[in-house]
Design a protein around this ligand. Structure first.
Ligand code: NAD
Length: 306
């Protein structure tokens, strides 16, 4: 079983690669190292330094002949997409089409896409289920939603099987400060340096934090899931919510120190509550989140101290 992980030098990608290697799969990583790191790469995986928009991509596919592709490489920062919709579109849509064309030409069996809770926008009915109204509030959310639709159409027209995962806020070891779910890593670094953490608004806003190991397991699990479970979208989440204030408390416990908070004005457009239903993924792809938040935060905090 041979898999390509685009963005495999990044946060979620490198954990996904590790899990695949541990399962004995042959893994190739393709990454331009724009936010990913060489240090994240396991030497058992083959590494190709390339941009997903590169015209040489189809040649790589023709040479390597992948069975499966997990497509994680993306422009991942919501605010950046607002300021640079052209670059967000180029990487997240033209890059995706380049990958899908190469998949089509080389008969890849299944493609997994990292979509996002950003496709929902502000939804007041919790937990958010996959059939909710989709109203992305950023160009990033829009390119993720459009990516899902590309996959559905490639399946319809060319028969390529796919799954699109809408991840909640992912956290864990190796997370950078940018991108989507960065609050845990930002707070963790502040706490490590005995600096106060900056909380937007009253801190009562809630998020659904999912551990990166659980996300990586879903990425692997779905590649061999029964045919009836694919060609659709799933939320990948814990289906629980924690406020930013309580998150700070848990991180303080993990660090074993007092943490000072500085409240600043709420950010425009930030949604107040978020929690994604994970019922469909649990019922269909033999996956369940395993990591308790307190333990995941403890591991994350201590990994930064190494
Ligand atoms: N972290 C989260 O909470 C979260 C939530 C929802 C969705 N996602 C999605 O999951 C995926 C992985 O995110 P992450 O958090 O691991 O981010 P990350 O920045 O750590 O990983 C992205 C990887 O893609 C690579 N990359 C970026 N542009 C590229 C390009 N043009 N060509 C080749 N490689 C490129 C980067 O170098 C990096 O290694 C992304 O698609 C992101 O949108 C993340």
């Amino acid at each position: 079983m041979k898999a390509l992980v685009t963005g495999g030098a990044g946060f979620i990608g490198s954990h996904t690669v590790d899990k695949m290697l541990d399962k004995g799969w042959e893994v190739v990583v393709l990454d331009n190292l724009s936010t990913g790191l060489r240090d994240n790469l396991d030497s058992r995986a083959k590494f190709i330094e390339m941009d997903i928009v590169d015209s040489g991509l189809s040649q790589v596919f023709a040479q390597e002949r992948f069975d499966y592709v997990v497509h994680l490489a993306a422009q991942t920062a919501v605010p950046y997409s607002i300021d640079h919709p052209d670059i967000d579109c180029k990487i997240n849509l033209l890059g995706l089409v380049n990958v899908l064309e190469a998949c089509r030409q080389t008969s890849v069996k299944r493609v997994v896409l990292s979509s996002s809770a950003a496709v929902y926008g502000d939804v007041d009915r919790l937990p958010i289920t996959e059939d909710c109204v989709l109203n992305p509030a950023s160009f990033y959310g829009l390119t993720k939603l459009t990516s899902e639709k590309y996959l559905a159409l490639y399946h319809q027209i060319h028969g390529i099987d796919y799954v699109a995962f809408r991840y909640a806020n992912v956290y864990g070891e190796r997370q950078g400060d940018g991108g989507e779910g960065g609050v845990v890593s930002i707070f963790t670094r502040k706490i490590r340096h005995d600096q106060p953490v900056q909380v937007f608004g009253d801190g009562g806003q809630t998020r659904d934090f999912i551990y990166v190991g659980d996300v990586a397991e879903a990425n692997c699990q779905v590649l061999t899931a029964p045919q009836a479970a694919v060609n659709r979208v799933y939320n990948i989440s814990t289906q629980s919510q924690i406020s930013v204030n309580d998150l700070v408390e848990l991180l303080a416990e993990a660090a074993g120190k007092q943490v000072a908070k500085v409240h600043v004005s709420a950010r425009d457009g930030d949604i107040y509550h978020s929690m994604l239903s994970n019922r469909a993924a649990i019922d269909n792809i033999c996956w369940k989140p395993q990591m308790m938040l307190a333990e995941g935060l403890r591991r994350t905090y201590h990994s930064l101290n190494k």
